[in-house]
Design a protein around this ligand. Structure first.
Ligand code: UDP
Length: 234
């Protein structure tokens, strides 16, 4: 049983049934999942992505500097963090949004002790702004935050239920790994489920990463209870 988890949610997941933007329906659904985990006395820290708005690497160019593009990406993650916080609170999940970029008018800043206090008070903590620096993604920010907050595990939810030897949406005979060693996850170019920088950081500090599907309802509670779902990289 994990007591404190870092949940990494991608922007694409937060756009739910839409092509981009934030879908409150998925937010409502997630609120129930978080409530269920909190009912098991699990403390939840969430790092949100921003790919439903902007991915820096994709929009840089034609005069837009990479740094600026990444700033825009970080602002996208803030939009998700703010929306998700409101939806959670509306569903009765006590939540605080903390920002890793300067945004005093819209959120409290991320401060380690503040985050710790919110978690101990039974609140979910949602972090926006990634790690606050360009040339990074929210995967790396998620592992770094998990280390900082002494989480037991990083759970990254994806469309498919874990890591496969080939794309399961294209190949019927794709085999799922129940477990995987860091070394392979870092070195094998066909394993693209998480940024290599993030994987390397997890390996260096022995932070386990579980890749699993967000649905069906209750999936994450089963993962935090120790059921073998998805792929555990350790
Ligand atoms: N980003 C950044 N630094 C960070 C985290 C994110 O510059 O610490 C920027 C980067 O441009 C990234 C974008 O924000 O592409 C959105 O994050 P990400 O691509 O990780 O979102 P996801 O794919 O998980 O939705």
């Amino acid at each position: 049983m994990y007591k404190r988890i870092l949940l990494k949610l991608s922007g694409e997941q937060l756009s739910g049934e839409h092509e981009s933007g934030f879908d409150p329906k998925i937010g409502n659904w997630l609120a129930q999942e978080i409530k269920q985990m909190q009912g098991l006395d699990v403390e939840v820290v969430i790092m949100v992505g921003g790919g439903n708005y902007v991915r820096g690497a994709q929009i840089a160019g034609h005069g837009i500097k990479r740094v600026t593009a990444d700033h825009m990406g970080m602002l996208g993650t803030m939009m998700n963090a703010l929306a998700l916080t409101d939806v959670f609170e509306a569903q009765g999940v006590r939540t605080r949004c903390l920002s890793n970029i300067f945004a005093e008018q819209v959120s409290e800043p991320f401060v380690f002790r503040l985050a710790e206090k919110h978690l101990q008070s039974g609140r979910a903590v949602i972090v926006g702004g990634g790690i606050g620096r360009p040339y990074l993604t929210t995967d790396t920010a998620a592992v770094s935050l998990a280390l900082e907050m002494e989480c037991d595990v990083v759970i990254k939810t994806t469309k498919v239920n874990g890591v496969f030897d080939k794309d399961p949406e294209k190949y019927d005979d794709a085999q799922k790994f129940d477990t995987l060693e860091y070394q392979r996850a870092v070195e094998d170019p066909s394993i693209k489920v998480m940024d290599k920088a993030a994987m390397g950081l997890a390996m260096e500090h022995d932070m386990p990463v579980i890749i699993c599907k967000l649905s069906p309802a209750g999936n994450m509670s089963r993962v935090v209870s120790g059921e073998s779902i998805g792929t555990k990289i350790s």
